[in-house]
Ligand binder design. Sequence first.
Ligand code: NAD
Length: 485
Amino acid sequence: MTPIPHFVAGQRRSFPGDAPTPVLPVISPLDGATLGGVSPASAAVVDEVVAAAAAAFRSWSQTPIKDRVQPLYRFKHLVEQRLPELAAEVSRENGKTLDEAAAGIQRGLEVVEYACALPNLMASEILEVSSGVDCFSRRLPLGVVAGVTPFNFPAMVPMWMFPIALACGNTFVLKPSELVPFTPLRLGELLREAGLPDGVFNVVQGNRTTVEALLDHPRVAALAFVGSTPAARAVYLRGIQNQKRMLTLGGAKNHLVVVPDADPAVTAKNVASSALGCAGQRCMAASVLIAVGASDHVVDAIQSEMARWIPGRDLGPVITASARERITGYIDLAEHEGARVRLDGRQASVPGKEQGFYVGPTLLDQLRPESACARQEIFGPVLSVLRVATLEEALAIENASPYGNAASIFTTNGAVARHFESHAHAGMVGINIGVPVPREPFGFGGWNDSKFGVGDITGRDAIGFWTQSRKTTVKWTARQNNWMS
Ligand code: NAD
């Protein structure tokens, strides 16, 4: 088996430095089939990929922004035309249902649309700062920049990064998760078909070693990362040490609060799809449900809704056999600690796909706030219910979490919603929304251990992240201007 190629200077290719036999198998979670294998790029291979991106930087950065976004317009149309094919690729390597895969890609395209609008957003400022003296500022690209992405959104998370980075005039090296190496190759080919010059977008396959080579490479000016919190923290610190611009998004433990006046039908649909969509493998997934006071009728409605999700039909598998073991281990532990297992997904099996890594909808009730299921990221289709008497108790639990990605409340009372919105410790808050992902032009980003660095990864903050500002002062008269001479 030859290793899965990189995508460099406009084509799929491997390098003499690549190990001839892949060491990291890529397995479809749908049925356990081996799809290929990755040979993690060494520092020498990373150097070749970065060199290709550096070679493309000179002319790309000098291309006017209105021209730079033209391939992105065409890319958007190509992705829309090939959506079924691309969604099938995402589903095959990640396990999402086809609808989920398509939705993720479409969400990524919203960032492409935002990037296409940059010529209208990046017009600079000019001011006469002294008599006959003008000062203007403009934002210029950084150079070769990199993105490191997780397994759970093979197309969307890369699309949070490269469209804005490229429109801003940088050239890009993407290091996708070693578990989902195929979709990024298709993205590279579609960008090329859309007319993006060779070397402007590149993909290097690999793992931690490859990321460290990017972090240590002197030509990489900035790196954005999305993944688990321990990796996000380590990557951030190493990048900062190497004086790179860094933004790293980490894991999450999202709290959804339900109060007795919540609309049971609306709440049940939203909570179930937040907890179970993408098999719970979303950094925005509902993980802890805090039921305030007499909310039994709402929790019952949530249970009925979750029970409707059929593995293999509505619910895809989790990413690997070891992820399934980790998730079922959490359920075992909760049961051992005395939690009431209201829905149990441990024995899920899909006829004809017995080798797939399925976990069914799982609802754990009456957990203690200190239990592992209530505090740690499980990243599977498991919802843990805590019972409290007051909204203040619910907020105290949410506020104590080291994470801070998303938090939502379900209520029909505006004052309760307003209070929650003001006091939750999370970067993205929902009111009667289970997955409160901000849509463009609002930026995506959490707080606390869910993010290291400043600003959001999309939206206006991303323009700041992928550029540096230059201020130029101009004088065309011989007149003396105080200290400006
Ligand atoms: P992961 O941290 O295992 O891997 C993410 C990427 O980092 C991969 O490309 C991997 O090769 C690389 N990597 C892993 N360990 C590394 C290390 N020590 N040093 C350098 N690079 C390393 O994450 P995953 O399992 O692929 O993805 C799931 C995690 O990502 C969850 O924790 C989830 O919450 C998080 N996530 C967060 C967001 C967000 O926006 N905050 C979005 C999606 C996923």
